[in-house]
Design a protein around this ligand. Structure first.
Ligand code: SAH
Ligand code: SF4
Length: 368
């Protein structure tokens, strides 16, 4: 389940760990910052481009570290608003990273709201019945370096789109940890990676603009509440009662709503910010008005935002999204109670990108 690469990734090093490794080699302390600047600020793709470093040091770095442990295999631009990147890792595993650009009313695409969706595992062990990522179970956790590398790949794509100005990661509005895998099941690598993403010597991206989505691992939600960096939290609820939720999300057996809801409350009280409840609408499964009423009560009680997502069909799975009328009726129950709610419109079918599907198609093609 664990993959030990020949060389650790440079993208998995913190300023402290890199400083220590360089110190052991007798290098001055300022070198670590210099190297991380080449990686994250100047974003070079080769060791020899780190021209301010002495040649022997560059040679040692090349022997010791993997500069970027994820290579671009495919960029599937399904529309002009999404880029789905398929990345290949050193053990040939595939992961997905998605760029989503949502144009704002009345302005051009260059002013769109830009979000990056990153993965934390190859596959997923949680077994939610509607999800493409979990169909083949968990292959392995990603390392911190592999999580960070996804963002450097995104920077390269953006750099190519806007050749005149090197597009900083800061030009993105949000990072959402909603790709393949259950982030809180790979907790230590996740926190290390996001620490690097947030740090001024790293990618310098604000913690408040990073959302971690979880299927509901209660002890880890409580642990996350105690982290010094204030990441945002989204809960994949998808059922407003245990009866409905446990039919589609096995995690509900270990952590039913009676455990999950107090953990979410504890998190939002500590952080003083709204948590998001995600609710995929699946026809005939969780789209009854009684579910909407229960969801309304939970959201009111938690002072949470609700994100309704019409289900994206997955090849080989029987689930479908409800009709627009039914989606609207469901949303109306929440709106009437003045719950903060978003229902993604038709464009979302493409935008949501249903992480995990691109990898699944490619894995299948490999087998044939
Ligand atoms: N494992 C984490 C994060 C990755 S899944 C989690 O479950 O929260 C990211 C989101 O996509 C989750 O809300 C998940 O339920 C949702 N999702 C999975 N399959 C989907 C599909 N086919 N259509 C729409 N949303 C889906
Ligand atoms: Fe895993 Fe999230 Fe998919 Fe559930 S919805 S199988 S937790 S990736």
């Amino acid at each position: 389940m664990k993959f030990t690469p020949a060389q650790p990734a440079l993208t998995g090093e913190t300023l402290d760990t890199l400083t220590e490794k360089l110190r052991e080699r007798g290098e001055p302390a300022f070198r670590a910052k210099q190297i991380l600047d080449w990686l994250y600020k100047k974003r070079v793709g080769e060791w020899d481009q780190m021209t301010s470093l002495p040649k022997p040091l560059r040679a040692w770095l090349a022997e010791t570290f993997d500069l970027l442990p994820a290579a671009l295999v495919l960029n599937k631009q399904s529309t002009d608003v999404t880029d789905k990147l398929l990345l290949g890792l050193r053990d040939q595993s595939l992961i997905e990273t998605v760029i989503i650009r949502v144009p704002q009313e009345g302005v051009g695409l260059e002013h769109s709201r830009k979000t990056i969706c990153i993965s934390t595992q190859v596959g997923c062990a949680m077994g939610c019945v509607f999800c493409a990522s979990g169909l083949d179970g968990l292959k392995r956790d990603l390392s911190a370096g592999e999580i960070v590398a996804q963002l450097l790949q995104v920077c390269q794509i953006e750099d190519a789109r806007t050749p005149r100005a090197r597009a900083e990661l800061a030009s993105f509005d949000n990072i959402v940890v909603m790709g393949m895998g259950e982030p809180l099941a790979n907790y230590d690598a996740l926190i290390r990676a996001l620490t690097i993403v947030n740090a001024p010597w790293g990618l310098g991206f604000g913690a408040r603009r990073i959302t971690i989505s979880t299927s509901g691992l209660v002890p880890k939600i409580l642990k996350l509440a105690d982290e010094p960096l204030g990441f945002r939290l989204a809960i994949s609820l998808h059922g407003a009662t245990d009866a409905v939720r446990e039919k589609i999300m096995p995690v509900n057996k270990a952590y039913p709503l009676a455990k999950l809801i107090p953990a979410v409350r504890a998190f939002s009280e500590k952080h003083g910010r709204m948590v998001t409840l995600e609710f995929i609408l699946i026809a005939g499964v969780n789209d009854a008005l009684e579910q909407a009423e229960k969801l309304r009560d939970l959201a009111r009680d938690l002072h949470a935002h609700v994100n309704l997502i019409p289900y994206n069909t997955v090849a080989g799975l029987p689930w479908e999204r409800p009709s627009i009328t039914r989606q609207e009726r469901f949303a109306e129950v929440l709106r009437r109670a003045r719950i903060s709610v978003t229902l993604r419109r038709e464009k979302g079918h493409d935008i949501d990108a249903a992480c995990g599907q691109l990898r699944l198609q490619t894995e299948k093609a490999r087998e044939n």
